[in-house]
Design a protein around this ligand. Sequence first.
Ligand code: ADP
Length: 305
Amino acid sequence: DVCVLGSFMKDLVASAERRPLPGETLHGTGFAEFLGGKGVNQAIAAARMGARTAIVGTIGDDRYGEEFLDLLKTDGVDVDGVIRHPSLGTGVGLPLVLPDGSNSIIIVSRANAAITPDDIEAAAGVLTGSRVLSVQLELPVEASRAALRLASAAGVTTILTPAPVGPVDPSLAAYVDILVPNEVEAAALTGLDCDDESQVPVIARKLADEWDLRGCVVTLGSRGAYVLDRSAGVELRVAAHRVDTVDTVGAGDAFCGSLAASLAEGASLADAVRLANAAGALSTTVNGAAASAPSRAAASGLLST
Ligand code: ADP
C-alpha cells in the first residue's frame, strides 16, 4: 500500500496576450480549471499503477474540496486521512499563460498551510499502515517531518521529492530512504550541473552520502533518469522513452507516484524506476497534471515495446 502526504491545489488558469499593467483590467483569451497539487497528482498516479493508495492532507470545507474528494474517489484513493479545515478554503493556484507558453503563477496555500504535527498524529494509522510513504515539500515542514519520522520508525519505506525547489530542512534527512530530485532540485541541493552527463552519478552519490540514503533517483526530463540503489549496490542510467510530448506538467509526479506503487509491490528500486520512467513519459502525452497519469497497462505496455 502507498500513502501520500501532500498538497491539494485547484488551478484556475487564464490565458492572455500579455500581463496586465498595474491598475489595468485586461480581457483574457481563455480559461481552464485543473485539479492538482503534488500530493494529489502523486496519489492518483500511484492508484492508477494499481497500488492501494491513501492520501493525507488538508482541504477547505468548500466546493473545490468536494471536487478533490470526488476525483480521488473516482480513482479509488482512500480519503479517510483528508482533513477538512473549517475556515480556510482549499488551496488555489492562479496561473496566467502568455501566447509563447510562458507563465506567471500566484499560489495561495490556504488549507494546505494549516496542517500540523497533531493532524499527522491523528492520521498515524494511515501513515504507518502503508508500505511506502511519499512526501514532497509543499506542506509545512513540521508536518512533513512528523509524517516521515512516524513512518520511518514503523519500517515504512519513505520517499521524498524535494519540490518545489528551495532550501531543504536538514532535519528531514534522518527519516528519508529514497530522495527523488529533478535536475533543478539536484543542482540546487549539490551545486553541481546535471546538464553535464558525467556529473549525474556524482550528484546521486553526493546526495546519498550526505543524506545517508538507501537510494537516490535523479529525474532528467526528456533524458530519462538515473538511479543509485546503495542497498543493492546498483547504479543505472535509464534512457527516456520517445513519445509525442504535448505537456510536461506533472511528469515528475507521475514518475514518483509510480515509483511508490512499484516499491510497495516489492519491486527493486531499479525496476521501479523503469516503470516510473514509462509512466513519466506517458504523462507528457496528455494535458494536465493529475489527469495525465497513465494506467498500469499503458505503462507496462510501453516498457515491453
Ligand atoms: P519534473 O516534472 O519534476 O520536472 P522531470 O521533467 O524530470 O520531472 O520528469 C520526470 C520523468 O518523466 C523523467 O525522469 C522521465 O522519465 C519522464 N519524462 C519527462 N519528460 C519527458 C519527455 N519529454 N519524454 C520522455 N519522458 C519524459
